[in-house]
Design a protein around this ligand. Structure first.
Ligand code: SF4
Ligand code: SF4
Length: 325
């Protein structure tokens, strides 16, 4: 994004729109990854994702464009289920979103080939979820194995996203091996890490202990200096160690409208749904915006303070719009 986009985003907030829209484009996924939040019962407050009636074909294209034109975001996140299940519809949809001047981040397991023509679509970032080194990843995310991913990303420039789990932090040097492997590949534009984010009270084996989280942050700090493709900043490192304590403190949750596959059900309070344990949040997007919120402008005012004030103005504008509708 450029500085003009930041100004546009601020304008949207002041007028009561959310600049970011996340769409669960389908209920279907051929994988069954451990720790996947989309298929947990709490994700949609007890309604299983698979039970929603989702769209296909021209209807999906038309309904998504109508939603985008209503919500007027600057960035659209397309998530799943597995978006590539709907690759035919996305072939039609993605160029039309791009022509509206909107950025798209599409998150996929790369279980099937990423259509070659997507490489030429402006403002499209394809983010491939790769959870660890090959031995662990291939077990967790079969059939989207390393072998398939390497074949399916050929000719593209993609972002790698890895969710760090406690299993990865049991072995010294694991993160470095991961970053080294993917940094060396010409198809990779950026590498991002998130930490597994549990629901309140969850006891999953994936959850990092406080010591593991500290060690992962120290590793990321060191690796960021050595591997320029790794997305990391001092502010983000601080945010991973001290995330927002609630959705109300989370700028990412407040600027992002999350909609599930029927294009009506709203996922709250953030993309995880349910009651996420914000104090253990490791979401890279949340960390990035939390870091931005803590940034002090010349004169000492925190960006987060300005955001809160703008958000209140936006809420009033939204209320006014509804009242005269
Ligand atoms: S690929 Fe994504 S949506 Fe599908 S099971 Fe894995 S984490 Fe869940
Ligand atoms: S993204 Fe993280 S901090 Fe933000 S609401 Fe969700 S769990 Fe909480």
């Amino acid at each position: 994004m450029q500085s003009s986009d930041v100004v546009r985003a601020w304008g949207r907030i002041l007028r009561g729109y959310r600049p970011s829209l996340s769409i669960e484009i389908t209920t279907r996924c051929p994988l069954s990854c451990p720790g996947c939040y989309a298929y947990q019962p709490e994700h949609l407050a007890g309604t299983p994702l698979e039970s929603l009636s989702d769209f296909q074909g021209d209807e999906l294209v038309d309904e998504v464009l109508a939603l985008i034109d209503r919500e007027r975001p600057l960035v659209v996140h397309i998530v799943g289920g597995e978006p590539l299940v709907r690759y035919r519809e996305l072939n039609a949809l993605l160029p039309q979103i791009s022509r509206r001047g909107i950025y798209v981040e599409l998150v996929t397991s790369a279980v099937r080939p990423i259509p070659r023509e997507w490489a030429a679509i402006e403002r499209l970032n394809v983010v491939v979820s790769i959870d660890g080194l090959q031995p662990e990843h291939d077990v967790r995310r079969k059939p989207a194995t390393y072998e398939r991913i390497l074949k399916h990303i050929e000719g593209h420039r993609i972002y790698v996203h890895c969710t760090i789990t406690s299993q990865m932090m049991r072995r010294e040097g694991y993160l470095e091996e991961f970053v080294e492997f993917w940094s060396d590949r010409p198809e990779i534009g950026q590498i991002r890490f998130s930490f597994f984010t549990p629901q309140v009270g969850e006891t999953s084996i994936e959850i990092l202990t406080a010591q593991m989280r500290e060690r992962a942050v120290a590793d990321m700090d060191r690796l960021g200096r050595r591997y320029p493709k790794l997305l990391v900043s001092p502010g983000m490192l601080k945010a991973y160690l001290s995330p927002p304590q609630s959705p109300q403190e989370c700028i990412f949750a407040r600027v992002t409208q999350c909609v599930s596959a029927d294009l009506e059900t709203v996922v709250t309070p953030c993309q995880f749904g349910g009651t996420p344990d914000c104090a253990q949040c490791g979401c890279v997007a949340s960390a990035g915006l939390h870091a931005l919120g803590r940034y002090r402008l010349p004169g000492g005012v925190r960006v987060g303070f300005l955001f809160d004030a703008s958000h209140k103005v936006g809420a009033a504008a939204r209320w006014g719009r509804r009242a005269i509708a």
